[in-house]
Design a protein around this ligand. Structure first.
Ligand code: UD1
Length: 419
């Protein structure tokens, strides 16, 4: 078990290279199950969630290798189409293997992932999509048995633009007979990256990145080469850290077009941001000005940046409002920030953040991945020393975040509990 010890860091300065996107890599790894050809994926950060996904696809019988940041997957010898609860509960993205298994083999037996610390997270929309394509889904003791003779293209309307459901349906429909239309689908950049990958495998997908995706089913898919898009959430987290401490940082390997909502909100808060072709610079002096954020499906403000923005506002000038519309229980970090002296009131899906002069370091715990990132941001700006526990949550989505932060002058160390 490890923890972070973080001390007040006055002004972050320097350059960070942003890694490939975790949330793009996970569905793309699931897509590798669709073919017996070899898929080579570059720019994949060695995160715990990625290694867990690799373990799961090996469990199905895929051969994998992982050298540097390049993964190779070969799904020629798949001989298992069952994933039980102990495997599925490790990462929710494991449920994306259902769409891929169903599409290629006509069946999947996979445990329901269940809720997690940020909400109920049902998979009803995924299953509704599979059923619309002609599959039968039966729940027996928490395992969903999904069967079909032949998936047939259809028109699907999603009640909510769920990222996972859109991806699962894309995977399932890629090898279906005929054309599938997904209306009110998610438009996140990670969906467009998955579509790019599938098209390189020989799929015929149009419209990914908009609210209507058209998938013309093909007979078979082949291996391909792909480089993962930059991680917009990792980039945003470092921007918020620099905004909270003041300073000037430059991030390389970013796609600023994927970060529009955050860039606007940071400018509103008083940060100076300069966007270039593949990089972005943020400069901030003095306190930020609190504002309102409302999380929404892309291109709205990302729910995965909400906790980190709340951390920034904890010491901003004035009162800020956070409205979380995507997940029903994503204010876990407010309690930890309050332990550090923040003034945050949560009422249903809204949090009112009254900026305080300064936070003070204490012992806190990362309740989930992004809440953990938020605590690091607060700790860097807080007076004294903060000890952040349960950092395995943070490691799920940031590869040795302490090294990248130390490189721009942050005082952060990883220690084991025995130290
Ligand atoms: C993905 C991201 C996660 C991000 C989220 C929202 C990955 C691996 N994870 O998660 O980091 O926070 O998008 O941007 O890419 N819902 C239903 N029924 C369903 C599916 C979802 O009601 O069948 C609800 C969820 O409970 C939630 C909302 O829809 O309230 C959004 O969930 P969804 O977009 O599916 O998120 P994930 O794909 O799980």
């Amino acid at each position: 078990m490890e923890k972070f010890i973080v001390e007040k860091s006055h002004s972050l300065k320097g350059v960070i290279d942003i890694s490939g996107s975790k949330n793009a890599a996970l569905p793309i790894l699931a897509a590798c199950v669709l073919t017996d050809g070899e898929c080579i994926i570059e720019g994949v950060p060695p995160l715990n969630d990625v290694t867990t996904m690799l373990e799961l696809i090996r469990e199905l019988g895929c051969k994998t290798s992982y050298e540097g940041e390049t993964i190779s997957v070969r799904g020629k010898d798949i001989d298992n189409l069952t994933l039980d609860y102990n495997e599925v509960k490790k990462i929710r993205a494991s449920f994306l293997l259902a769409g891929a298994m169903l599409s290629r083999f006509g069946r999947a037996d996979i445990a329901l992932p269940g809720g997690c610390s940020i909400g109920l997270r049902p998979v009803d929309l995924h299953l509704k999509g599979f059923e619309a394509l002609g599959a039968v889904c039966e729940n027996e003791h928490g395992i969903i048995h999904i069967r079909c003779e032949k998936l047939k293209g259809c028109e699907i309307y999603l009640d909510f633009p769920s990222v996972g459901a859109t991806e699962n349906i894309m995977l399932a429909a890629s090898l279906a007979e005929g054309t599938t239309l997904i209306r009110n689908c998610a438009a996140e950049p990670e969906i467009a990256d998955l579509a790019d990958f599938l098209n390189k495998m020989g799929a015929d997908i149009e419209g990914a990145g908009s609210d209507l995706i058209k998938i013309n089913g093909v007979k078979s898919l082949h291996g391909c080469h792909h480089r993962i898009i930059p991680d917009r959430i990792e980039a945003g987290t470092f921007m918020l850290a620099a905004a909270a401490t003041g300073g000037k940082i430059r991030l390389n390997n970013v796609c600023t077009a994927h970060m529009t909502a955050l860039i606007h909100k940071l400018r509103e808060a008083g940060a100076q941001i300069n966007e270039e072709e593949n990089s972005i610079t943020l400069e901030k002096r003095g306190k930020t000005v609190n504002t309102c954020i409302k999380t929404m499906p892309y291109p709205g403000f990302p729910t995965d940046m909400q906790a980190q923005f709340m951390a920034l506002m904890a010491t901003g000038r004035g009162t800020g409002i956070v409205n979380e519309t995507v997940f029903e229980n994503r204010f876990m970090c407010a309690g930890e920030l309050t332990r550090m002296g923040a003034d945050i009131k949560v009422e249903g899906r809204c949090a009112v953040v009254k900026g305080v002069r300064e936070l003070t370091g204490t012992a806190v715990k990362a309740t989930d991945l992004r809440a953990g990132a938020a605590l690091i941001i607060s700790a860097l700006a807080a007076e004294g020393k903060t000890e952040i526990g349960e950092i395995e949550h943070i490691d799920r989505g940031y590869f040795h975040i302490e090294n990248k932060l130390s490189g721009i002058g942050a005082r952060i160390e990883r220690r084991s509990y025995e130290d």
